[in-house]
Design a protein around this ligand. Structure first.
Ligand code: PLP
Length: 455
């Protein structure tokens, strides 16, 4: 009965307004506007409680890389829940899915990252990496090395530790815990860089900024440099090719560790399994989440270089535990799901489909450069963005009271496509790797329609 459905949906919206605190959402704004409540998904498509179908060009929150409705994942999860829904990794216990997943990740990651610690998502993966880095420098007798350097526009989660490395204002307004151990340098943001047309200059300025910051703090005090290979939540900022490699070399010269946060860029999002791979870089720590389970269950991971692992292992007395862990580290259901997701990327052909359709994605982005509102487009693989400006010549943005992000978010939803609209008038795209050509064309047709409506 449609009348019953309508009143049921109204009740749901009302309960949501009253009780549920949504992530990164204004409390009063949510009470006023309510949520768009989603009910089901299939491939690239989502259906809300009113039966409205939209194409999801953002893979949920850049995580559902395999697309919705993958039955084989459901089967694997149900089977694992039936057999053993939970096993701790504490006290020398373990479970087969977690062990097999750790092994598989070490086979896929850059050589030398031979050890894996599982978390529940990306924020606690970053936290765990930070704690292990601190532990490592204590282990090797350099306890004064406790300062961390990250990038402006970086996002590394919103737990107390990772949020500190995050450099986005929204995550610090009203959450001003002192962060004396965290420092930031300029982002390699070609569109907003004075020499952005010159890749070598952008790379050189990042290397120089890192060296200057380390000198300012004192080389004997800096533990690590932390970055995303492509900055996601900052507005899909794509550094020039060779940037990550140059920063790896600089970290080595400076005697600091490199933590590469591949929470978004991992698992085929930028083409290869990991973005590090394309640059031939092996970080000392790599953080993963999102595409690891493709959002079918929560899970993140920290990959640790062998030399770090060995140093910690050799220094810690065998009779004492290394005090870091979570109840759900290596959760067997999440691990079983991740193993099936990894199979879909490889044997299921999703990684290669992603690379193939990524070419069409790049062509659409390129074409949009001609649009009167578009100042810049950028991307790699199936991760991309368009940056809107009010004046292409001066690259001026829009005043905050115009709420371009909010209007675009409403307009794209009206047109039947989900993208991410960032405050700095950037539209982010991260379609699932299962996207086909006509779905890709449809995404851009609908986004263009929204842009025209904004004019
Ligand atoms: N690191 C990066 C690069 C991210 O993009 C995110 C989330 O978007 C995180 C960490 C935090 O992950 P989570 O939201 O799973 O805690």
């Amino acid at each position: 009965d449609p009348r019953f459905a309508r009143s049921h949906n109204q009740a749901l919206l009302e309960l949501d307004r009253r009780h549920l605190i949504h992530p990164v959402t204004s409390f009063r704004g949510h009470e006023r506007h309510g949520a768009r409540i989603l009910e089901s998904g299939e491939g690239m498509w989502l259906t809300d409680i009113d039966g409205r179908r939209v194409i999801d060009a953002f893979a949920g929150l850049w995580c559902v890389n395999v697309g919705y409705g993958q039955e084989s994942i459901v089967e694997v999860a149900a089977e694992q829940m039936r057999r053993l829904p939970y096993a701790t990794g504490y006290f020398h216990f373990g479970s087969e899915p977690a062990i097999r997943l750790a092994h598989e990740l070490t086979q896929l990651a850059p050589e030398g990252l031979g050890h894996v610690f599982f978390t529940l998502g990306g924020s606690d993966a970053v936290d765990s990496a930070v704690r292990y880095i601190v532990h490592y420098f204590n282990a090797i007798g350099k306890p004064e090395k406790k300062q961390f350097i990250a990038l402006d526009w970086g996002y590394h989660g919103s737990s107390s530790t990772g949020a500190g490395l995050t450099a986005l204002a929204n995550f610090h307004r009203g959450f001003d815990l002192p962060r004396p151990w965290q420092h930031h340098i300029a982002s390699p943001y070609p569109y907003r860089h004075p020499e952005g047309h010159d890749d070598a200059a952008v790379i050189a300025s990042s290397v120089a900024a890192l060296k200057a910051k380390v000198e300012e703090i004192g080389a004997d005090k800096v533990a690590a440099f932390c970055c995303e290979p492509i900055q996601g939540s900052g507005g899909v900022i794509v550094p020039p090719k060779g940037w990550l490699k140059a920063l790896r070399t600089a970290c080595d010269e400076l005697g600091i560790l490199m933590l590469v946060d591949e929470v978004i860029t991992g698992f085929g999002r930028t083409g290869p399994m990991f973005a590090c791979e394309a640059e031939g870089v092996t970080p000392d720590f790599m953080t993963l989440a999102k595409g690891l389970t493709s959002g079918y269950a929560p899970m993140g991971a920290v990959m640790m270089a062998n030399h770090v692992y060995d140093a910690i292992a050799d220094a810690a007395p065998e009779a004492l535990p290394i005090g870091h862990g979570f109840t759900y580290s290596g959760h067997p259901v999440s691990a079983a799901i991740a193993l099936e997701v990894l199979r879909l990327y490889q044997e299921g052909g999703l990684l290669s489909n992603g690379e193939r359709v990524g070419i069409r994605f790049a062509q659409h982005l390129e074409r949009l450069r001609a649009h009167p509102l578009v100042g810049d487009t950028r991307g790699r693989g199936l991760l991309g963005a368009i940056e809107l400006v009010s004046n292409k010549g001066t690259k001026a943005g829009f005043s905050a009271d115009l709420d371009v992000g909010g209007r675009l978010s409403a307009l794209t939803w009206e047109k039947g496509v989900i993208v991410r609209c960032f405050g700095n008038a950037v539209i982010g795209f991260a379609p699932a790797l299962c996207c086909n050509d006509s779905e890709m064309d449809m995404i851009f047709e609908r986004v263009e329609g929204a842009l025209d409506a904004l004019l």
